[in-house]
Design a protein around this ligand. Structure first.
Ligand code: ZN
Ligand code: ZN
Length: 452
């Protein structure tokens, strides 16, 4: 339930129609009253979210003081301190914003955190660095900028009047989960996705499974709600992983195999078709995931059957045989490995034709054995590793793919991957760990409604 409060200092634009256009002030009839000078005026009416106290908010956390890492699992819904901008105490706040989070996507890495199966070292050492024991989790989001530091407009608001996508108070924004430094060698040459000093929302700094989050304005991507529905905008970060993978290799006219039909594998199936792949083959252990892959247009699906293996890393010869059948004994031109286990990496390598490309995206802790490694060289394979998104090239392409309604991609993401919102868009206030875990097991993708 929403309530009204007069005590917040900040206000978003209350003109819904103007917000839908990216909050263009020319179209915002209320702008001069509510969105301009009143932004710093106290005593204005603002919609409040779940939390009644204006200094606190609801959020999902991992609390290491009450729950030692190894003995715990899940997230806790807690009343926590609301972030504020305080430029006197923290000069970086001048280029930061407070975002009121609307929707937040649940990622595979959130599953890893839920089960304490991934990111242990990064997570715990960042808490130690900050002298904290609680971390707000979550990194995929869409929300409204409700407060902006004094330098945000001059640094990040495009003065082009044609560009409604402004980083300013009132705008709806998503953004990259990797907070990069902007100073290291990679950042300086336009490869910020491999920044040496990056922080990751919800893992090494506080994340977005909360009513409000403080973010550097440079991470934000303005969203036009009339073109991309907000639930979908909240998952542009993982959609961008798939876009990044499929812009690294040329799939025009190619046979493509996708190993792992989780959310990013499923996005990849849609994007590979749009980018002109001649054939898309989906491989997964789960029949349910393969059913979704089929609904998204995969030309062939192959289910990995359990088999006796001496070593976990061994591939699945039955899968390779099937792929060879489908490709007239050649192998696919491009393999996208989007699952992570060593067996899947070996499948991707073995399924690829001589001279083909193997894109590695799936991440799983531990060692990988690639038997007879020289065959990778002798066959002339090219291996690509994909991390994050190219900021903001990938975001621009993602936006075009999602907002072009005639290509059907946004509708398929919503109808198939998100099950039309049925049982997949979950109100934060009704968070129940057992029910949530059960839904994570059933659906490839879940989204929290952070204001319900
Ligand atoms: Zn993610
Ligand atoms: Zn950097």
């Amino acid at each position: 339930m929403a309530s009204f409060s007069t005590s917040r200092r900040t206000a978003g634009c209350l003109n819904y129609a103007a917000n839908r256009r990216g909050h263009d002030t020319q179209h915002c009839l209320l702008s001069q009253f509510l969105c301009g000078f009143n932004y710093l005026s106290p005593g204005i009416l603002v919609m409040e979210g779940l939390s009644k106290d204006t200094n606190t908010m609801q959020g999902l956390i991992i609390d290491t003081s009450t729950e030692p890492w190894e003995q715990s699992r899940g997230f806790t819904l807690a009343e926590i301190e609301r972030p504020t901008l305080d430029e006197a105490a923290n000069p970086n706040d001048a280029s930061s914003v407070i975002v009121k989070v609307k929707y937040a996507g649940v990622c595979g890495s959130d599953r890893g955190l839920w089960h304490r199966a991934a990111f242990k070292d990064q997570f715990l050492s960042a808490l130690e660095r900050d002298g904290k024991q609680r971390r707000i989790v979550g990194h995929e989001f869409v929300g409204e900028i409700v407060e902006a530091g004094s330098k945000v407009e001059s640094l990040y608001a495009d003065p082009d009047p044609q560009n409604y996508a402004k980083i300013q108070v009132g705008s709806l924004v998503s953004g990259d989960s990797h907070v990069t430094c902007g100073k290291c060698y990679q950042c300086r040459i336009g490869e910020a996705n491999v920044c040496m000093n990056e922080s990751i929302l919800g893992i090494t700094i506080d994340g977005v499974f909360a009513e409000y989050v403080k973010l550097p304005a440079k991470n934000l991507w303005a969203i036009d709600e009339s073109r991309i529905r907000p639930e979908i905008a909240s998952i542009m970060d993982p959609f961008g992983n798939a876009v990044h993978a499929l812009t690294k290799v040329d799939v025009r006219g190619q046979r493509v195999a996708v190993f792992g039909a989780g959310p990013i594998g499923l996005f990849s199936i849609l994007i590979a078709q749009k980018f002109g792949a001649a054939k898309v083959i989906a491989v997964d252990i789960s029949a349910a995931n393969l059913e979704l892959a089929k609904q998204l247009g995969a030309d062939e699906v192959i289910q990995i059957q359990p088999s006796q293996k001496t070593n976990q890393w061994e591939g699945d010869p039955a899968v390779i045989e099937k792929i060879m059948d489908i490709t007239y004994g050649k192998g696919v031109d491009v393999s996208l490995e989007m699952a992570g286990p060593a067996s899947s990496i070996n499948n991707a390598i073995d399924a690829t034709r001589r001279g083909g490309h193997v894109v590695l995206f799936g991440v799983k802790d531990g060692d990988v054995t690639i038997p007879h490694f020289p065959r990778v060289i002798v066959r002339g394979l090219t291996l690509h590793a994909i991390i994050g998104r190219q900021i903001f090239e990938t975001w621009q392409i993602s936006q075009r793919l999602l907002s072009q309604k005639s290509n059907g991609i946004q509708d398929k993401v919503w109808d198939v991957i998100l099950n039309g919102g049925q049982d997949t868009v979950l109100p934060l206030s009704e968070f129940d760990p057992a029910a949530f875990e059960q839904k994570m097991n059933v659906h490839p993708k879940l989204v929290f409604n952070m204001q319900a």
